[in-house]
Design a protein around this ligand. Sequence first.
Ligand SMILES: Cc1cc2nc3c(=O)[nH]c(=O)nc-3n(C[C@H](O)[C@H](O)[C@H](O)COP(=O)(O)O)c2cc1C
Length: 138
Amino acid sequence: MFSSGALIDSNGYKNSLTNILSTKEFVVNFATLKTRDQMNLSSIDAPKDVDEFSFAKIKKRQSKLVKTPSVADSPVNLECKLLNTIKLKSNTRKHCTLVVGEVIGIYINNKFINKGRVDSTAMRYIARMGYSEYTTVS
Ligand SMILES: Cc1cc2nc3c(=O)[nH]c(=O)nc-3n(C[C@H](O)[C@H](O)[C@H](O)COP(=O)(O)O)c2cc1C
């Protein structure tokens, strides 16, 4: 579940939301310390014909259960089918949409499975604190 809130293309939706509404699928990828610059580059408001995978030099991997490609360097990929979208009222934005998906496939890089348990600390994924500040767990 995530919220898409801004207007950049003609119908006011972000490209990601437009794509999800047309394909009914999406993939959630984890940003890590190693891929932080690519994550940041991929967040530009690019025109819809610009592939942010190529722009930010992010490697694609074919997903197993959905057509949307996965980020190859993400330690985890959550392959999702769209369940519902809910338009939220906002005081500041014209469009704010809550996107709810069902995870139908989970990919975890074997490198991060230790004695049958997921070693999330080893993934060094990052979390946003606010503004351009991030944190990681080690
Ligand atoms: C760390 C991070 C978190 C973000 N989270 C959101 C979010 O939850 N919702 C959102 O609408 N945009 C979020 N953004 C901004 C989007 O990444 C950006 O608007 C989007 O990539 C625009 O591309 P698109 O039009 O191809 O979807 C975030 C950006 C960064 C760097």
